[in-house]
Design a protein around this ligand. Structure first.
Ligand SMILES: [Zn+2]
Ligand SMILES: [Zn+2]
Length: 637
C-alpha cells in the first residue's frame, strides 16, 4: 500500500475513534510519531485521554498540531501562561514556533510547568491553543546546551522535512515474505574502540554505534566499506548507545559519505555527543592529525538526531521497535532493546554498562518483556578481572586527599571529562560536607565543568538518591561552593604560581595532553603533593608510565627537544571507580537477566576477555555463547 493510502487509512481509523464533536483536518508522520492536525486543540486538551487512547489503539506515538489560525498571539499567550503556571517554576524564556504550534518553555523547575500527569500543560493548551514543550534551564550555564537548543530552533523547517521523510520510511508496509535476522560485526570485537554493528532483516538495516579508535592509526575506523552497509544510504537508522568516542566518534563521517537517515539516542547523549565530537576534531587538528570530518557534519548529525527517553517504545523501521533502558555507565548511556517483527525476535545490545549502583546512576536494567539474543560488552571479562568495591575506592580516595592536604600538598587527579569526573566530584563534595576531608577548593579544569553542566541539565538521568536530593531537598551537589571551574589561562597560572592545599581535577584522563600536564609539570617535584589515578591508563601513555613507577618522565619541550621531568610527588592508583561492570557484575547481569536469553555474544574487550567471558557464560549458565570477530555475520533467526 502506498504511504499516502496508509495515512488516509489511519485518518479514517482516528476519526472513527474520536469522541463526538472532535475533529481533525489531516494526519502526517513526523519521525517515529504520528501527528494530528486540528482546528480544535482546546477540545483535545479538555480530555487527556483522547490522545492516550488513540496511541493505545494504533500502537504508535501520537502528537497534536494545532492550526496556526486558532492560536492566541505570543504576547497574550505569555501573560496567560504566567497566570496558569506557579511562579516557583521560574520561567526563563519562551520560543513560539507557529509552524508546529509549539511553544518551548524553558524553566528552572519543569515539573511545575508540567503539573500532575500533564494537567498544567493541558490547561495551557486549553487557554491559548499552543502545545507547550518544557525544557530545563541549565542550573549551570552550558555552552553546549545553549548552542544545541538554538540550533534546533533555527533549523525547525528543515528538521520538519527530515522528520517527515524519516516517518514515511518507518511506516511503510513490510513487503518481504522471508523472515530472518542477522547481526554483522563491523568493529569493536575482540578489541576496544570503533564499536559498530549492523542489525539486518529483509526489511531494514540498523547500525548500532559508529565509534573511533583514537588510540590507533591503522585500525581507527569500523569496516564501513563492506557491501552490507556501503553505500551508506542503505542504512535505515543509526543508534548511539552512549556518548563516548569509541561508540559515536564517527557518526558524522556517515553523513559525510552519504547517510541521510535518523540518529537515535537519549537527550543527554545528544548533548554530550556534540561536545565530544567538536572536541575530538579540535584536538586532532591541534595535534596536526587528519580530521575525519568538519564541524558542519556535526551540525548535520544533530539535525538528524531524534532523542528518545528511557523506556519509550518507538518504531524505528517497518518491522523494528527500539526501547532504551538505563545502562549505568555514563550520563544517558542506554541498553538498546530491539523488538523485531510481531514477536519474531528480540535483541539486546548492552553497549557499555555498569551492573552496580554508583554515586551517579542506578544499576543497568536487565529485565525485558522478551529477549532471545544478547550482545554484551566484556571490558572486564577476564576471569580474574575483579574490581574493588566502590566503598573501598571512595575510602582510598578520601585517605589520599586527606593526607595530601594535611601535609600542605596539592592533589592532582587526571580524569576524563565525562563520567568518572562527576563521580569523583560527588564523593569529594560529600566528604567535605561531612568533614571527612578538610575544606579545600576543588578546581575543575578542561572540559570537566562543561560536561558537569550537561549532567546538571539532565537530573532525570541520575540515580534515585541524587534525584531525591535535587528535586525534593533542592540540593544539587554539582552546585556546591567547593567546586571552582578554571575558566581562563590566567586563573590556571594563578593556581600554579601560588600553590596552596587543594584538589585539581583536570583532563586528559591518561595524561596524553590537556591542562593536567601544566599542573603536573608545576607540582611533580614536591613530595608533599600527590597524583591520583582513578581511571584506566592505556599502554604508551604518560599515565601508564607513571603507574609503572617511572621517576624520570621524558616530556616534549620547546622546539621539539625532550626534557626530563623528575617526579617526587606521591603516586596512588585508586581502582574501583570504573563505569564498566567487573567480571562478577558481568556474570551476574546475564545470570539474573529476565527472561533468560537463548544466546550471548561478547564484544568490547581484548580477545582474552571476550573469549573468557563467553566460555564462562556457556559453562556456568548453560547459555549458547560466542566471542564475536570483526567482519563476521551471524544469523539469529
Ligand atoms: Zn563507554
Ligand atoms: Zn566503550
Amino acid at each position: 500500500m502506498p504511504i499516502e493510502d496508509v495515512l488516509l487509512d489511519l485518518k479514517h481509523k482516528i476519526e472513527k475513534n474520536l469522541p463526538a464533536g472532535v475533529t481533525i483536518t489531516d494526519v502526517e508522520f513526523e519521525g517515529p510519531q504520528l501527528v494530528l492536525y486540528t482546528e480544535e486543540p482546546r477540545k483535545f486538551a479538555d480530555d487527556g485521554n483522547i490522545i492516550r487512547n488513540l496511541a493505545k489503539e494504533l500502537r504508535t506515538r501520537i502528537a497534536m498540531r494545532p492550526d496556526p489560525r486558532v492560536l492566541a498571539t505570543p504576547e497574550d499567550s505569555i501573560s496567560i501562561i504566567e497566570e496558569v503556571v506557579p511562579k516557583e517554576s521560574v520561567i526563563s524564556s519562551y520560543y513560539f514556533d507557529p509552524d508546529s504550534g509549539e511553544v518551548i518553555i524553558e524553566a528552572e523547575k519543569p515539573g511545575l510547568v508540567i503539573g500532575k500527569h500533564g494537567a498544567t500543560l493541558r490547561e495551557i493548551t486549553k487557554q491559548i491553543g499552543w502545545i507547550p514543550k518544557v525544557v530545563r534551564t541549565p542550573p549551570i550555564k552550558s555552552r553546549t546546551v545553549k548552542n544545541v537548543r538554538e540550533f534546533m530552533r533555527t533549523n525547525l523547517k528543515e528538521r520538519k522535512e527530515i522528520l517527515k521523510s524519516v516517518g514515511r520510511k518507518i511506516h511503510k508496509e513490510c513487503t518481504s515474505k522471508d523472515q530472518w535476522v542477522r547481526v554483522t560485526s563491523l568493529g569493536g570485537c575482540k578489541e576496544v574502540g570503533r564499536s559498530c554493528f549492523l542489525l539486518s532483516t529483509p526489511e531494514s538495516r540498523i547500525l548500532i554505534d559508529c565509534g573511533v579508535n583514537v588510540g590507533s592509526d591503522e585500525n581507527m575506523t569500523p569496516y564501513l566499506y563492506v557491501p552490507e552497509v556501503f553505500p551508506l544510504n542503505q542504512i535505515d537508522a543509526v543508534i548511539v548507545t552512549h556518548a563516548h568516542l569509541d561508540h559515536q566518534g564517527l557518526v558524522p563521517l556517515l553523513f559525510k559519505y552519504g547517510y541521510e537517515g535518523p540518529v537515535y539516542c537519549t537527550p543527554p547523549t545528544r548533548d554530550l555527543m556534540v561536545l565530544l565530537q567538536l572536541d575530538y576534531i579540535d584536538v586532532a587538528a591541534k595535534e596536526g592529525k587528519k580530521i575525519p570530518y568538519e564541524s558542519g557534519m556535526v551540525a548535520k548529525t544533530l539535525k538528524h538526531t531524534i532523542p528518545l527517553d528511557y523506556e519509550e517504545v518507538t518504531d524505528i523501521a517497518p518491522d523494528i521497535k527500539l526501547t532504551f533502558h538505563n545502562a549505568g555507565h555514563i550520563l544517558g548511556s542506554a541498553i538498546s532493546h530491539f523488538h523485531i517483527g510481531d514477536g519474531l525476535h528480540n535483541v539486546v545490545f548492552t553497549g557499555d554498562y555498569k551492573y552496580e549502583k554508583t554515586r551517579l546512576f542506578d544499576p543497568a536494567v536487565n529485565k525485558f518483556p522478551r529477549v532471545e539474543t544478547v550482545i554484551s560488552e566484556a571490558t572486564y571479562g577476564n576471569s580474574n578481572a575483579f574490581q574493588p568495591s566502590l566503598k573501598d575506592a571512595e575510602r582510598h580516595l578520601q585517605m589520599v586527599v586527606k593526607n595530601t592536604v594535611e601535609r600542605g600538598g596539592i592533589c592532582i587527579i587526571p580524569a576524563f571529562a565525562v563520567g568518572r569526573s562527576q563521580e569523583v566530584m560527588i564523593v569529594l563534595e560529600e566528604s567535605i560536607r561531612k568533614g571527612l576531608i578538610p575544606e579545600v577548593p576543588v578546581y575543575l579544569d578542561g572540559m570537566i565543568w562543561e560536561a558537569t553542566a550537561i549532567h546538571a541539565t539532565h537530573p532525570e538521568y541520575l540515580n534515585n538518591d541524587l534525584r531525591k536530593l535535587i528535586f525534593q531537598k533542592g540540593q544539587n551537589p554539582f552546585l556546591s561552593e567547593c567546586f571552582k571551574p578554571v575558566d581562563s589561562h590566567d586563573m590556571r597560572q594563578k593556581i600554579i604560581q601560588s600553590p596552596h592545599p587543594c584538589v585539581i581535577l583536570a583532563t586528559s584522563g591518561m595524561m596524553n595532553g590537556g591542562p593536567v600536564m601544566e599542573y603536573f609539570k608545576a607540582f611533580a617535584d614536591d613530595p608533599r603533593n600527590s597524583l591520583v589515578f582513578v581511571g584506566y591508563q592505556a599502554d604508551g601513555t604518560i599515565g601508564r608510565r607513571i603507574q609503572k613507577g617511572w621517576k624520570e618522565i621524558p616530556m616534549a619541550g620547546k622546539g621539539g627537544s625532550t626534557e626530563i621531568l623528575k617526579l617526587n610527588m606521591e603516586v596512588q592508583v585508586v581502582d574501583g571507580f570504573s563505569g564498566h561492570s567487573d567480571r562478577r557484575q558481568l556474570m551476574d547481569y546475564i545470570k539474573r537477566m529476565q527472561p533468560r536469553p537463548e544466546r550471548v555474544f561478547t564484544e568490547h574487550g581484548d580477545e582474552k576477555a571476550c573469549v573468557d567471558l563467553a566460555s564462562s557464560v556457556y559453562k556456568k549458565l548453560k547459555i549458547e555463547t560466542r566471542a564475536l570477530t570483526n567482519l563476521e555475520t551471524v544469523r539469529l533467526l
